[in-house]
Design a protein around this ligand. Sequence first.
Ligand SMILES: Nc1ncnc2c1ncn2[C@@H]1O[C@H](COP(=O)(O)OP(=O)(O)OP(=O)(O)O)[C@@H](O)[C@H]1O
Length: 274
Amino acid sequence: MIELKNVSKTFPNGVVGLNNINLTIDQGEFICIIGLSGAGKSTLLRSLNRLNDVSEGEIIINGESITHANAKELRRMRRNIGMIFQQFNLVRKNTVQRNVISGRLGYYNNWQTLLGLFSKEDYQRTEAALEKVGLSDKLKVRSDSLSGGQQQRVSIARTIVQEADLILADEPVSALDPVTSETVMNDFKRLNEELKRTIIINIHSVELARRYASRIIGMRNGEIVFDGPASEATDQKLNEIYGKAIFENEAQASREALEAEIEHRLQQDVSTEL
Ligand SMILES: Nc1ncnc2c1ncn2[C@@H]1O[C@H](COP(=O)(O)OP(=O)(O)OP(=O)(O)O)[C@@H](O)[C@H]1O
């Protein structure tokens, strides 16, 4: 369980990123955080694994304060938190295997890490994780030879071998086309349903949020202005989050882009990502 108690973040330049956030997230939830650019979504997500220090309040994960954790405690707590970024954050020249197995680094000490001494079990974990995301055949391939969608799935496989209970994803599908975005969102869904991971995703697509999340958190100006089941994220509520009806246009545009992409792929007979 994650608890945020009166959490605020003011950046050194005086900008308020988060303003008195109170939130409880249970193990196994699938949450999408939505809101306009600058609403505070990334600041919130990055506070959860302390990539951002908060200015006030406290964040407690499974009964332990990450806010007040010392370096050793922080390292241990972060082992349980996977992070996925918009630009995949893979070592591009390394093989897929190397990138995925690096999810185990938190379990090794420094000299083992330096020597790259991974156990047989970790190599097996790596293969199993790649199978889960449909990339078994890419094990020995250089990561930068993969498509964007495949790279994002490699980073998801890395969090699987990390065995992190909590997965944070900051705009994981923003750089991907609509069809590939669905594939990646389905990977998150499987992680949630089959491996019972807690998933928290920052996402610009309201449509994807509504379809995949069990709970939606809407942010505006560093505050939570909506928090409820996806079924309650009505057009009127979204209007309050965004201040205007852009979501209607976005849903329409997203549907059209998806249809166009499917049509394009059918014509080209490209089915590798489907
Ligand atoms: N390192 C920083 N220094 C100063 N201000 C920052 C910093 N990081 C974020 N901010 C500001 O904090 C506010 C919240 O930013 P944040 O990146 O969390 O928004 P966001 O909702 O994730 O936006 P986007 O969807 O564009 O990623 C914005 O006003 C932003 O300019």
